[in-house]
Design a protein around this ligand. Sequence first.
Ligand code: V0V
Ligand code: CO
Length: 150
Amino acid sequence: MPEEAIAGFVLGIDHIGVAVSDFEAAMALHQGAFGFASAHEEVNDEQGVREAMLPIGDGGPSIQLLAATRDDSPVAKFVARNGPGVHHIAYTVADVVAASARLREAGVRMLYDEPRLGTAGSRVNFTHPKDTGGVLIEIVQPVQQAEGAT
Ligand code: V0V
Ligand code: CO
């Protein structure tokens, strides 16, 4: 892979994660006031979240609404500390393992040694927010890339 391609490993914004305390009310707001449609909903037991993806425009990034399903969920802790609000930004990458390695080389702590299951079969990792300017950054390898990988 050429240097330029490695330097440009962030392909786009996959989603912006928003922590909510009332999932139904947040869905009603985003679908009603903003006219978003829900493209995908699931419960991620490992992460302790109920979530919905609401794409912005045609093929744009999504708003990811996240409600905690248990008290020790990262989202429960975030909401208890800060109240509802923007929780993370998720960047699309082609290879989450390579992207994590590159970030570690740059001195950024990654929260997981190995990628974990994200939305719709994607593979994800997160930066430590203290190493990325106080912003929790998720990197996402969507399932299409995972299937297409050789
Ligand atoms: C905590 N901190 C944050 C933060 N959460 N800063 C920015 N954005 C956030 N969302 C700050 C916190 O205020 C502390 O700052 C510092 O980080 C360390 O906090 P801590 O008390 O040591 O740790 P916790 O228990 O608050 O946990 C923080 C981390 C946790 C980031 C380690 O939230 C985590 O493991 N996140 C990764 C998984 C996740 O977020 N899952 C939910 C989304 P001070 O007080 O020291 O200054 S799941 C998802 O998006 C999926 C599945 C998907 O998209 O596919
Ligand atoms: Co996310």
